[in-house]
Every structure is written in structure tokens, then in C-alpha cells.
Design a protein around this ligand. Structure first.
Ligand SMILES: *Cc1c(COP(=O)(O)O)cnc(C)c1O
Length: 390
């Protein structure tokens, strides 16, 4: 079945949904057993979506996890209270004192903070690598390298990684690969088809899709699923059924929303790229984006998120005036919801270790929502005129 079809029916088991379309929100701590034998059965199968105790999940989380497994083709999926919790738990499940981690230099800033904080404190050494390194990553692998962490495209600077080249080397050397796959939502890029061992997402973004829930997921292959699941459970990770219900609702319309985000973005990008103030377009569909070839080869489409580097002749104050002037593009972190957003970044060399970043460059990042693209372009037209005449 195609994923569109799967996402409509996924998780709709009689045991979870009864006779209605959607699995209900099942709030629970205690699960009541019919008999001692029933309890023993639950204890034996507590990791297999059999009701046992609220922390192991309820019908709502079973339905959500089952749907994610169908979307990604993993052996199992664990839900966390945020994307950051999913990243932290995945790394902590597989790294211990004395291990070495290879981390992509374009990684999401809180992941970098985790490496410099919690992971450093427990004696895990991190080496950053160029997102475009491809198979050359082999030369950075040491005897104690345990995990290679990828994020593609980078969520601000948009470098697209050669995932299969990296996972091939990793498999040969017995190193675990983890991918922050938030950009693709596992819909535009299927990590397990490209040899990734653990796929991590901020479901907060496109899966939830409505800017109203914090949620993370991590999915693993057969080999790594039991360890990921049990370590996350030991660390007490569990998620509200209300949040999971909303995430499951989001999943149903993920393909429809993604198609619309892509369509609107294509229209907006074709206007944006013609503006003289745009020095470099960072959208993976275009050759100016580092890793564009890998994107064309591996991805099944694009979404609503892209960036551009502003002409260095434009001052930061002018950019701030433009941002303040816009009315449909709101200023706020995150993305993946139905609404358009703008964010700008300077001084990005602060979050670079091995790749150069010129701090004179200011990046503007847009998330294109479900508003009419003509209205979005009109808003940008008016914003760019502020920029131009500042
Ligand atoms: C937002 C984001 C996260 C973190 O997700 P939260 O749910 O906000 O904790 C992780 N990775 C990427 C790429 C993100 O954009």
C-alpha cells in the first residue's frame, strides 16, 4: 500500500478504536486485570502493545506507534514528550562513558547543546563532521566510535547529506546511524530504505502539523528496537494520550498537507529567488543548496521550509524592519504547522565546529503555510519594499 492509504487506516484496530473511526483518548495509570492469569499475560507481553500500566502506554499510544511503524517501516516507534527528548533518549540509549560520537556540523542547536552538556558529562566524546562528507566519514571513525548522527537537510542552512554513502560505511564498521528526519517527516524521505538504524523526529513539526503539541518519536530497526524501547522506558518516558491523539489526527492528513506546503512553496520560491536582495537561495530543490544532487536522488518531494542568505549590503536593521512589517509571516520558532512563519539568524559560526560560516551573512528562513500563496507573495512584496527602501 502507498503511505497515503496506510495513513488513513493505520492504528484502526477494533481493540483500540472500537466501532468508530478514531481510537479514543484513553487516559490511564492503573490497568485492571480480569484474573491473575490475565495479569501474567500482560506482564509477559508488556512491550507488545498489551495494556499493562499507563507508563507502557494505552490504546491511544499503541495506535499512534502502530501508525508510525507503518509510515516508516520500522520495527517499533517510541513517543516522547518532545523532539528533543526523542534525540536525547536515542543517544543515551546507545552511548556510554568512553564512546565516541560523530555529529553533523549543521545539527539542530539543542542537539549540539546535549553533546556539550549531558553527553560530555558522562564521558562521551563528540567530533563534528562536514554535512557534505559522504563516504569520507570513514576516516573519522575510531575504534570507540559508536554512533554517527545525521540531520538532513539541516533545519536552517539546509545542507542535504548523502545518507546512503554514510550508512554504507557505518554498516561496514558496525557503527549505529541515527537521523534527525524532522524535515522529511519520514514522508518525503524514508530513512530505513537508506540504511539508517534509528529515525528521530520532532513530531511537533509536520506530524502534529497544527502548532499545538510538543512531541517526539524515535523508530528503530529490529536489531536496535528492544534497546531503544527499554532504555526509554527505564528513563520514564511517556506521553499524554491527548497529545498522541492529536498527533494521530495530524498523521492522517500529513500527505495532503505536505503536497499543499510543497505547491505553495514552489510558487513563493519562484518569486523570492528573483529578488535582488536574495544572495543565495537555500532550498534543496535548487542547485544553489549544498547537497542538491542527493536531494534529487533520494527525496520524494519537498515541504514548506527553506532559507536564503541576504545580500550582505543589506543591514540587520533593515531585515528586522521587514520582519516587523510582515503581516501573514509571523515571527516565531518552530515550523511544520499550517501557518507561515519567518525567522532570521546571524552569527551562525557560534554553532559551527568544522565547517566555515561567514558571520557577515544573515539567513532568513521561511515556513510556507496553507494560506493562499498569492497573499503570501503580496505580504513578502510589501516586506521586501521595506527592506529595499530602509
Ligand atoms: C524542532 C526540532 C527539534 C526539536 O523538537 P522539539 O519538539 O521542539 O523538542 C529537533 N530537530 C529539529 C530538526 C527540529 O526542527
Amino acid at each position: 500500500m502507498k503511505s497515503k492509504t496506510q495513513l488513513v487506516t493505520a492504528g484502526r484496530k477494533k481493540a483500540w478504536a472500537g466501532s468508530v473511526v478514531n481510537p479514543s483518548v484513553q487516559r490511564a495509570s492503573t490497568v485492571l486485570f480480569e484474573s491473575v492469569a490475565d495479569m501474567r499475560h500482560a506482564i509477559r507481553h508488556r512491550a507488545d502493545a498489551v495494556p499493562f500500566y499507563g507508563r507502557r502506554g494505552t490504546s491511544t499510544s499503541f495506535a499512534f506507534a502502530d501508525s508510525m511503524v507503518q509510515l516508516e517501516g520500522s520495527a517499533g516507534c517510541y513517543a516522547y514528550p518532545s523532539g528533543t527528548a526523542a534525540l536525547a533518549n536515542s543517544l543515551l540509549a546507545f552511548l556510554k562513558t568512553g564512546d565516541h560520537l560523530l555529529m553533523v556540523d549543521s545539527v539542530y542547536e539543542p542537539t549540539r547543546d546535549l553533546c556539550a552538556g549531558v553527553l560530555k558529562n558522562i564521558g562521551v566524546e563528540t567530533t563534528y563532521y562536514d554535512p557534505l562528507i559522504g563516504g569520507d566519514i570513514a576516516r573519522l571513525i575510531k575504534p570507540n566510535t559508536k554512533v554517527i548522527f545525521l540531520e538532513s537537510p539541516g533545519s536552517i542552512t539546509m545542507e542535504v547529506q548523502d545518507v546512503p554513502a554514510i550508512t554504507k560505511v557505518a554498516r561496514e564498521k558496525g557503527v549505529i546511524t541515527m537521523l534527525d528526519n524532522t524535515w522529511a517527516a519520514s514522508y518525503l524521505f524514508n530513512p530505513f530504505e537508506y540504511g539508517v538504524d534509528i529515525s528521530i523526529q520532532a513530531a511537533t513539526k509536520y506530524i502534529v502539523g497544527h502548532s499545538d503539541v510538543m512531541l517526539g518519536t524515535a523508530s528503530a530497526t529490529e536489531k536496535y528496537w528492544p534497546r531503544l524501547r527499554e532504555h526509554s522506558y527505564q528513563l520514564g518516558q511517556c506521553t499524554s494520550p491527548d497529545d498522541l491523539y492529536l498527533a494521530l489526527r495530524g498523521l492522517r492528513t500529513l500527505p495532503a498537507r505536505m503536497a499543499q506546503h510543497q505547491l505553495h512553496t514552489e510558487k513563493v520560491v519562484s518569486w523570492v529567488r528573483q529578488q535582488p536582495e536574495v544572495a543565495k537561495l537555500l532550498h534543496p530543490n535548487f542547485a544553489s543548496c549544498p547537497g542538491h544532487d542527493a536531494f534529487v536522488r533520494d527525496f520524494e518531494g519537498s515541504n514548506g521550509l527553506f532559507s536564503f542568505i541576504v545580500d550582505p549590503a543589506i543591514s540587520k536593521a533593515a531585515i528586522e524592519a521587514m520582519v516587523d512589517h510582515l503581516s501573514l509571516f509571523k515571527l516565531g520558532f518552530s515550523w511544520g504547522g499550517f501557518e507561515s512563519l519567518i525567522m532570521f539568524y546571524d552569527g551562525l559560526s557560534r554553532i559551527r565546529s568544522v565547517t566555515k560560516w561567514d558571520d557577515a551573512q544573515i539567513i532568513v528562513r521561511l515556513h510556507i503555510g496553507l494560506e493562499d500563496p498569492d497573499d503570501l507573495i503580496a505580504d513578502l512584496e510589501s516586506g521586501f519594499s521595506v527592506l529595499r527602501n530602509f
